[in-house]
Design a protein around this ligand. Structure first.
Ligand code: GAL
Length: 669
């Protein structure tokens, strides 16, 4: 691509859904909107190989050729998310098996088990054929693997192949069955296994009572099964990358990740890819203002998986739905969502989908055009957005997100808390989200990373419910704080080892010396709420209260009721040149914001306002920010640090007026 079109703007196109004589109109309209990339082919295996071994690439050649002639690039997808009927008929053993023991059959998509050796053979053949045909095609700019690995609950499979695979995985990990028995504690209820091939898959047991949140499996077995399932999907992804590379593909390879999906360790999946992408549907999360925080959280997580910029492979471009529909985006919202994605690190955006289909499951999932193929307001809005952003692309491409804080996300903790949430209704991810939201409200931008991160890059590192850990991690965190960093830990931290066993040390276990406190009792609140005093009046604890002996730490806040009324609930321990803060309960984003503002006053450069999101960027010594008005209201806000609006060239020293759904990029003076 030439210098002028370096930011990627495109659409997800399904030419196979339309008569060929419409294709030239579509390509012309795409070109007129200024799109420069089109994603193709992720569900077309049945067309590319209508019968076993008979390939037909004519239609794909033709559309790629037309796009190329018109200056549009192509993101080509491997088509494995939709294995064809002839393959499934011949090899029904490829189908995944559900937790209920039932085979999950034909009729939608993703009907394969990633551990099926037969499926791997066929995967190899179809990808080989595509790679050899298109590896040197000048239109092809990038490859996407499959489509949304794990979507529709397809990571954890209970088939024979998985049972065998799990045994082998465990053997490679533990070597000796005695070690596994000891690490899982199978002596409990006399569950010792004689050999790896006799270890069960965690199917429903006698004791399970989902209605009451009761699941009886050994926590060590569960955690390892979730890890094995995730590893299987990651291995399948890496397998696809290998086939593409072995067959001459040198272009960047990505995969479309999903929001709010945690069955695959995305940090591991990202390792095998050149860059990460995700599918972003803001109005699916709800119409309230919280939803923009949720999307911000997802963007930050996606950026963190590889610690680099990313693409949006599917961005909402209209009302959404399969059987019922979402609200339609208001005028200005598609533009705003695009700016928000770019603000958080997206330098490529493809809108889903070009035109809604007239048939099939997704008839109601709208796109840039309407069913009748006519470009209307959404098309015009995206065209204008592309024009604006292209003018500012140097700033966008040359600046990086400027995050002062980092939240540590761990899939081991995700899975451990998921099975045993400690307190009814507790969700590890909601906790992370609330703390991210609180940081945003306090004007502190944030990365979301795992423990591989270089902690010294941040002023503040947050460890929500960081329960599974190790002495090595604790040492890394201590060094960070000794050198001046600030950490914030919460309840349910430091208590479990990597086999999901409770260590038996006084909580917060691995972090007890760093935090300078002892947790001497605790209270799983369920629906109860406990008022807070001290630094956080008018706030409440939810889900959990740790009863804390502060030893030598400073007490920032106390509980306001229960037998532990008046006892500490937020503590701060000066440690080396840094600070170690402990929060013994869960609370709401506003209260987190108050707490973070106490630790870092004056982080905001704009008058705080619920509807406004600010995202900082930097390039060397130069500082920039995105201002995003997520409300349908005009707002006038006080400016604390003067800046120049890059689009208008106007400098704002005291205040700025924002129109509904406004989005600006500014440079600080
Ligand atoms: C995404 C998926 C697309 C399409 C879309 C609308 O999750 O990747 O293929 O199905 O949802 O349902």
């Amino acid at each position: 691509m030439n210098e002028e079109t370096r930011m990627v703007f495109g659409v997800d196109y399904y030419p196979e859904h339309w008569p060929e004589d419409r294709w030239s109109t579509d390509v012309r309209l795409m070109k007129e909107a200024g799109f420069n990339m089109v994603r193709l082919a992720e569900f077309t295996w049945s067309l590319l190989e209508p019968e076993e071994g008979c390939h037909d690439f004519r239609w794909l050649d033709k559309i790629i050729g037309m796009l190329h002639e018109n200056g549009l690039g192509v993101m080509l997808c491997t088509p494995t998310a939709a294995p064809p009927e002839w393959l499934m008929h011949k090899h029904p053993e490829i189908y995944p098996t559900g937790l209920d023991g039932r085979v999950r059959g034909f009729g939608s998509r993703r009907h394969y088990c990633s551990n099926s050796a037969v499926f791997r053979e066929y995967t190899e053949k179809i990808i080989q054929a595509m790679a050899t045909r298109y590896r040197n095609h000048p239109a092809v700019m990038a490859w996407q693997l499959d489509n949304e690995f794990g979507c529709h609950d397809t990571v954890r499979c209970y088939c024979e192949d998985c049972a065998k695979g799990f045994g082998k995985w465990l053997e490679a990990k533990y070597g000796d069955i005695g070690v596994l028995n000891q690490q899982w504690g199978t002596v409990f209820w006399g569950q010792q296994y004689p050999s790896f091939d006799r270890v069960i898959l965690p199917k429903p047991t006698i004791c399970d009572a989902p209605k009451y949140g009761l699941f009886a499996h050994n926590p060590g077995l569960i955690l390892d099964f979730f890890r094995f399932s995730s590893d299987s999907m990651v291995e399948y992804s890496d397998f696809q990358v290998r086939i593409l590379r072995e067959n001459g593909v040198t272009l960047p390879i990505t995969h479309n990740f999903m929001a709010g999906f945690y069955d695959i360790d995305y940090f591991k999946l990202a390792e095998g890819l050149d860059f990460v992408s995700w599918d972003c549907y803001p109005h699916l999360t709800g119409a309230n203002l919280d939803s923009y925080h949720e999307i911000a959280y997802q963007h930050d997580k996606i950026r963190g998986y590889k610690n680099m910029k990313f693409w949006i492979t599917e961005m909402a471009s209209g009302p959404l739905g399969w059987n019922i529909m979402s609200r339609t985006p208001n005028p200005g919202q598609l533009r705003l969502w695009t700016y928000q994605a770019v603000a958080h690190g997206a330098d490529g955006i493809l809108y889903f989908r070009w035109r809604p289909c007239l048939f099939g499951t997704e008839q109601y999932w709208h796109g840039v055009l309407d069913h009748d193929g006519i470009p209307r307001r959404r098309y015009q809005e995206l065209k204008q957005t592309r024009e604006e952003l292209q003018k500012l692309q140097d700033v966008i491409l040359q600046t990086d997100n400027d995050s002062q804080a980092c939240i540590i996300h761990s899939f081991d903790n995700e899975w451990s808390h998921g099975y045993q949430p400690h307190s009814p209704g507790f969700s590890y991810n909601n906790l992370l989200f609330s703390m991210h939201y609180g940081l945003q409200k306090a004007g502190i931008n944030c990365d979301v990373r795992d423990m591989q991160a270089d902690l010294s890059a941040y002023r503040l590192v947050v460890f929500p419910a960081y329960n599974i850990s190790s002495p090595e991690e604790a040492q890394k965190i201590r060094e960070y704080v000794e050198n001046g960093g600030t950490v914030v830990f919460t309840f349910r931290s430091g208590g479990r080892d990597s086999c999901n066993k409770i260590t038996g040390e006084t909580l917060p276990g691995y972090f007890r010396d760093l935090l300078g406190i002892d947790v001497i009792d605790y209270d799983a609140l369920a629906d109860a709420r406990v008022p807070l005093d001290g630094l956080l009046p008018h706030s409440e604890a939810s889900f959990w209260c740790d009863v804390i002996d502060p030893r030598a730490s400073q007490v920032l806040s106390t509980y306001g009721s229960e037998y532990y009324a008046g006892s500490p609930c937020v503590t701060l321990n000066p440690y080396g040149k840094g600070r170690a803060v402990y929060i013994g309960f869960q609370t709401d984003p506003k209260t987190y914001a108050n707490l973070f503002s106490h630790l870092y006053p004056d982080a905001s450069f704009l008058e705080p306002c619920d509807a406004i999101e600010t995202v900082r960027r930097k390039k060397g010594d130069e500082s920039f920010a995105f201002l995003l008005n997520h409300s349908n209201n005009s707002l006038s806000l006080q400016v604390f640090c003067p800046f120049t609006d890059l689009a208008t060239g106007k400098t704002h020293r005291k205040e700025i007026d924002l129109v509904p759904y406004d989005a600006r990029i500014v440079r600080f003076l």
